[in-house]
Design a protein around this ligand. Structure first.
Ligand code: MSP
Length: 498
């Protein structure tokens, strides 16, 4: 990752369907990582958007009997509204039907063509309508593809094979380029066989919802060749060199494992053809499974994020998704495990610590943060653990171990709860008010630091918590709570759910 700037992208989502928890996950992850970077003072740019061309979108529009553009215009607000509801603070939202994108796609196509990397050829083969690509005999036999037709057509091809060795060399000499490791090995395995050239056109007679080829108006561009370019068209490629240089190369392209080849083979070879640096890293996460199977509309098992938000609030949903998935592996989503996680981590541990601390301060210290007296070894321990936690979280986040970073914070919260039980300030206050004040200050300060660390994951509830403690700003140094400052009333942070 480039230390000075941070540019992160999500896949651009197809508008053939409304967004589900899988889409929400990648977008929340990008948001959380960006918020962490911004907190560390690193200038960051977060791009998301929509993939609006291609067969899937054309078919979805046809099904409704409307023009594809109208279908896209009707679908786009659903994504924008969901991102608003999920408190996603992206810097740009690109739609591939926007002129700013289409112009750059045409420009790049022309450039690749002029360099001699695009040629015309007749191709006969098996075509999967659902996958929108020609497939091999072997793939057809695998039974994984539906809607297979035999097709013979003249098309344009990108000389992807020409860049095969260069790509292998790049992957080998840049260990972080494809993450996690097992995905890198998967791509290298794929590259052991000779790479085919990529068919980048579709005759208009078959599909007309796409960007017209600049060198032949009878064809539109293959949707992936169009879509991948969003990562550079959004930040000024070919138009505003300064802006483009400010952000490129991307620190991370976040993707799901289903779109590994397009991002790790098509995209880098396209960039090589036009002489643009490759992104620093492509990170593929696993799938959210509904029970045992992948969430998909056709299986009818999708979890609608809006329902969850309406029932439990945004921050718990963000928390669960970030805490539960080990980045790179699949994770199972069930409402039961969601409720369990909510009650144990958020209600019992985190929320409970706030209510204990604030109730005792209100009752015994006129609703103010108490002064600290002499520190015992226990207070020193809470303080030093808190200080090293800040570094641990930073390290875990930069190595994409988001779930572990969260778990470290929660372990700290549990430790502080245990400290409270051992010290029992509700009893201690009757004999030694100063010592009890020291305990409450220490627990409150540890809670404040935990909340600041969790704020990229749960921006709203942690803000309520910090307001309740009258502690603003995101200082991670010990001592942010000011003795004598007044506590604010607050509602229970995470009421238990049944
Ligand atoms: N339009 C392409 C991407 C083009 S990027 C230049 C596309 N769109 S998609 O809408 O079908 O899916 C995009 C991404 O959504 C997946 O790669 C993945 O990141 C996310 N997910 C969709 N379903 C998912 C799960 N069940 N679980 C986790 N993420 C999944 O592919």
């Amino acid at each position: 990752m480039n230390g000075k700037k941070f540019y992160i992208t999500t896949p651009i989502y197809y508008v053939n369907d409304k967004p589900h928890i899988g889409h929400a996950y990648t977008t929340i992850l990008a948001d959380v990582l960006t918020r962490f970077q911004k907190k560390s003072g690193i200038s960051s740019y977060f791009l998301t958007g929509l993939d609006e061309h291609g067969q899937k979108v054309q078919q979805a529009a046809e099904k409704q009997g409307i023009e594809p553009q109208r279908h896209c215009d009707e679908m786009a607000p659903r994504f924008v509204e969901l991102w608003e509801k999920l408190h996603i603070s992206y810097d740009d939202f690109i739609r591939t039907t926007e002129e700013r994108h289409k112009t750059i796609v045409r420009q790049i196509l022309q450039e690749v063509y002029d360099r001699g990397d695009i040629y015309e050829d007749e191709y006969e083969g098996l075509y999967s309508v659902t996958e929108e690509r020609f497939i091999t005999e072997k793939e057809a036999e695998s039974g994984e593809f539906r809607d297979i037709k035999k097709l013979k057509e003249k098309n344009y091809f990108f000389k992807m094979s020409y860049y095969q060795q260069k790509l292998i060399d790049h992957i080998n000499s840049n260990p972080g380029f494809i993450q996690p490791e097992h995905r890198k090995n998967e791509v290298l395995g794929f590259l052991q066989k000779p790479l085919n050239d990529l068919c980048i056109s579709r005759p208009k007679s078959r599909l007309n919802w796409g960007i017209e080829l600049p060198f032949n108006s009878d064809y539109v561009t293959y949707v992936w060749f169009d879509a991948l370019i969003n990562y550079v068209s959004a930040i000024g490629f070919g138009k505003n060199e300064d802006e483009f240089r400010k952000w490129w190369p991307a620190s991370y392209h976040l993707i799901g494992k289903d779109i590994l080849t397009t991002h790790c083979v098509y995209w880098p070879t396209m960039l090589m053809s036009i002489g643009v640096e490759l992104p620093d890293s492509i990170f593929a996460h696993g799938w959210w499974l509904s029970g045992e199977s992948k969430m998909s509309k056709s299986l009818g098992n999708v979890i609608n994020p809006i329902d969850l938000i309406d029932d439990y609030g945004v921050d718990p949903v963000r928390y669960y998704l970030m805490r539960e998935m080990v980045l790179g592996q699949d994770a199972k989503f069930t409402v039961d495990s969601f409720i369990k996680r909510y009650n144990s981590d958020l209600a019992n541990d985190f929320g409970n610590l706030l209510s204990r601390v604030s109730t005792l301060m209100k009752k015994n210290y006129d609703g103010k943060i108490p002064e600290t007296g002499d520190l015992t070894i226990s207070e020193e321990d809470i303080r030093t653990t808190g200080e090293s936690l800040v570094n641990t979280v930073e390290t875990k986040i930069s190595s994409m171990e988001v779930n572990e970073a969260i778990e470290e914070i929660l372990q700290y919260v549990r430790k502080v709860n245990k400290y409270m039980e051992e010290k029992a300030p509700w009893k201690l206050v009757k004999e030694d008010k100063e010592s009890a004040g020291t305990v409450l200050y220490t627990a409150g300060e540890a809670l404040r630091i935990s909340a600041v660390l969790l704020s990229p994951v749960m921006p709203n509830r942690t803000e309520i918590l910090l307001e309740a403690l009258n502690a603003y700003g995101g200082d991670l140094n010990w001592g942010g709570l000011k003795p004598g400052s007044e506590l604010k009333d607050h509602k229970p942070l995470f009421p238990r759910v049944k």
